[in-house]
Every structure is written in structure tokens, then in C-alpha cells.
Design a protein around this ligand. Structure first.
Ligand code: ZN
Ligand code: ZN
Length: 144
């Protein structure tokens, strides 16, 4: 009995995410407490949005639908993961970074999480139609 209670606790604490069609699912042990809104041209294109909100994760792994996961490597070597079936933009990692250190697109997480976006970055490349109107710090390039 004790064992099953412990197992439930662990499962309820797991952080999970998925794509739009639910084919691809992932899990992480933890995410960083802060995230950045990235306005760079590549994030805008990849996410089809004004900006992408990404957060470093700990022990990222795909749990289902890995056959639907595709990776796009940009000219600068950064790697972006997405679902080939529904097109959901799921993750980002720098050149040479292993999959288990994926930065997660937090909009694809399945549950509410305790996190505070702390910065807008690469605002030099911001869409002209998007107005920055919050109190979060702005960085014209990456965070220094
Ligand atoms: Zn999908
Ligand atoms: Zn970006």
C-alpha cells in the first residue's frame, strides 16, 4: 500500500507536455523557475507567433510518438524539434546540447506550472505589430 501511494506522488509531480494532435508526448523532471520570451526571427518563424517562451528543463525525454518527432537544424547549428503530424513546435537546443537538456516551449506543457517569465530577449527583431507592454525586462539581443 505504501508503495502505491509513493508512486502516485511521483506521478502527480511529473511535468508533461504534448503536441496539438497528442501523438508526441514528453516528460521532464524539472524546469527552471524562470523563462524568457524570445523575439528572434527564428523563434518567430518556428513557432508562428510573436515570440516563443522557452525554459530549460532537467532530464527531458520523449515518452510517446517519437516516430513523429522531427528535428530541424538551422544554419547556426541550433536544433528545433516538432511534430511532423500536427506541426507543433516543441523544443529548442543549442548545437551540441543533448536531448535531455532540451529547452521546452512552455505553451506545450499539459499542466499549470509555477514559473515567472523574467525577460523579453532579442527585441531588436521583434514584430512591429507586437507592443511590449508588461514590466518584464527587455534585452535588445540575448541576455548578457
Ligand atoms: Zn502532433
Ligand atoms: Zn529565439
Amino acid at each position: 500500500m505504501m508503495q502505491s501511494i509513493e508512486l502516485n506522488l511521483i506521478m502527480s509531480q511529473a511535468i508533461t507536455g504534448s503536441c496539438l494532435c497528442s501523438e508526441v508526448r514528453y516528460q521532464v523532471d524539472a524546469i527552471a523557475p524562470t523563462a524568457a520570451h524570445c523575439h528572434c526571427t527564428m523563434c518567430r518563424k518556428f513557432h508562428g507567433a510573436a515570440f516563443a517562451t522557452l525554459v530549460p528543463s532537467q532530464n527531458f525525454r520523449w515518452v510517446s510518438g517519437i516516430e513523429c518527432v522531427r528535428e530541424y537544424t538551422a544554419e547556426n547549428g541550433t536544433i528545433r524539434s516538432f511534430c511532423r503530424r500536427c506541426g507543433s513546435s516543441l523544443g529548442f537546443r543549442s548545437k551540441g546540447t543533448p536531448v535531455d537538456q532540451m529547452e521546452v516551449a512552455i505553451a506545450t506543457l499539459d499542466q499549470d506550472i509555477q514559473i515567472t517569465p523574467e525577460a523579453h530577449i532579442f527585441t531588436n527583431y521583434k514584430a512591429n505589430w507586437f507592443q511590449l507592454s508588461d514590466d518584464v525586462a527587455h534585452h535588445r539581443e540575448g541576455k548578457s
